[in-house]
Design a protein around this ligand. Structure first.
Ligand code: GAP
Length: 446
């Protein structure tokens, strides 16, 4: 067993590893890039997909009381009037009178302009919703917004979902998808961007039970991260002060992670009360009350909302997994991901690129790839290939060598963390890989 003494890293190292190994690239890079917009590469997309799938499994498939939806990004503009986003979804913006750069007032830590020291003007409220027009004519009559949160699709579909599923309170509606915010000061890699992906769940419950559920969903989130290997000491809960609560919230708490630059929010769990359903009832004229059969009573449910960012979570998993071992030429960078978070679980590596080893290696690859996310790599030396797999956090490497084809029909499994190697017959490979991954899953939990 390997002690999980992971080295903390800086953001620059993560950005450069991400580019070098195909996790994350800057958007439109060949045109000079688009500021604070990022694309996931062949390795990063696997990581992010795992994060989303693991959340979906824990939040929807493993539970009887939560169902999913997949709402459209574009919604009726009145949704955003009712939700309060048209009037309240803004940040205080200040402009420098010398260089005319703009900043979010509450992010400025200096007296004057952080860039040139010039005088900053009076703050004004800047609405963060991106606007566009629907249809071929551009006029105020067909103005719509790119959604700034996925949550509203769950509120406006509350009645559709409740009627079609016949769920009784308490129950939740979850979805994952893109959201857009015209952030004044994006930054810190994928932490704060203008296009990002959210994983949100609205948990509808009886008024009076909301505070208990709020606590439940905070604990659920902490356990979810820790169960997937994020170190407990890198996680904390921070309750919002009254003056920082979102406009819809009675109480909010952030689950925070210690990023290379300090503590940052991964998720906000809010008690949204009946704010949204009531607002949509008023604006749309539709009755969104719930009929409680046991009590023979109609009422508007309260809502507790765990709202997580998929990109921030993926960045936290990456930062938490980063480790360096050894010195000088012997140094290796290794990402100690939980096996279910790791972009690939297994790599099949022929000892050398060779006519003799090729067909057997492909046979081994074909036998395990339906069961595990597996890479095949026969370029460069075996040492470099191990290094590459360590740097993308692949838990197990399976090596096919000359003994495999000439004598024993067995392969070597190398463990990413301990670097120990065991020889197993090809006939028992699937079982051996499953067993080793299961051991690594247990070791990763914190
Ligand atoms: N529906 C409530 C809501 O959207 P939020 O705290 O504004 O709450 C939820 O957002 C999560 O979405 C955040 O905790 C964060 O993980 C992610 N998120 C928000 N703004 C983001 C941005 N500009 N870039 C990346 N992720 C963001």
């Amino acid at each position: 067993m390997v002690a999980r003494t992971l080295k903390n890293t800086d953001l620059e190292t993560l950005v450069s590893l991400s580019k070098r190994r195909g996790f994350i690239f800057q958007s439109s890079e060949i045109y000079g890039g688009l500021g604070s917009v990022w694309d996931y590469g062949p390795v990063g997309v696997e990581l992010k997909r795992n994060v989303k799938d693991l959340w979906w499994k824990a939040m929807v498939r493993d539970r009887e009381d939560v169902v999913g939806i997949d709402g459209a990004i574009l919604m009726h503009p009145d949704v955003w009037v009712a939700s309060g986003h048209v009037s309240s979804f803004s940040d205080p913006l200040v402009e420098c009178s010398s260089c005319h750069r703009r900043f979010r007032e509450d992010h400025v830590e200096t007296d004057g302009c952080p860039e040139c020291g010039g005088e900053l003007g009076e703050p004004r409220q800047f609405n963060m919703m991106f606007q566009t027009h629907i249809g071929p004519v551009q006029s105020d009559d067909n103005l719509i917004y790119l959604r700034p949160e996925t949550a509203q699709a769950m509120f406006v579909n509350f009645d559709n979902v409740q009627t079609t599923t016949r769920k009784k309170l308490p129950f939740g509606i979850a979805q994952q998808g893109k959201s857009f915010r015209n952030e004044i000061t994006p930054g810190n890699f994928t932490y704060r961007t203008r296009e990002f992906e959210q994983m949100e769940m609205e948990y509808f419950c009886e008024p009076g039970t909301d505070e208990e559920w709020h606590r439940y969903w905070i604990d659920f989130s902490m356990d979810w991260y820790a169960g997937l290997g994020v170190r407990r000491e890198k996680l904390r809960v921070r309750e919002h002060d009254a003056d920082e609560l979102p406009h819809y919230s009675k109480a909010s708490a952030d689950v925070e992670f210690e990023f290379p630059w300090g503590w940052g929010e991964l998720e906000t769990i809010s008690n949204r009360t009946d704010y949204d359903l009531k607002a949509h009832m008023e604006k749309s004229g539709r009755d969104l009350k719930y009929f409680d059969q046991e009590k023979n009573e109609h009422y508007v449910p309260y809502v507790v909302e765990p709202a997580m960012g998929a990109d921030r979570s993926a960045l936290a998993f990456l930062a938490d997994a980063y480790d360096e071992e050894g010195e000088g030429k012997e140094q290796r960078v290794v990402l100690r991901f939980h096996p279910d978070v790791a972009p690939f679980q297994v790599a099949v590596l022929p000892l050398s690129r060779n006519e003799k080893l090729g067909p057997k290696s492909r046979e081994v690859y074909d036998s395990i790839r339906p069961l595990f996310n597996t890479q095949f790599d026969d370029t460069q030396s075996i040492g470099r290939r191990y290094r590459r797999q360590d740097e993308i956090g692949t838990p197990l490497c399976v090596t096919v060598d000359f003994d495999t084809v000439e004598s024993d029909d067995a392969v070597t499994i190398r463990n990413r963390d301990s670097m120990e190697q065991v020889r197993v017959p090809i006939s028992g490979l699937v079982q051996a890989v499953s067993d080793q991954l299961e051991i690594m899953r247990k070791e990763a939990q914190s």
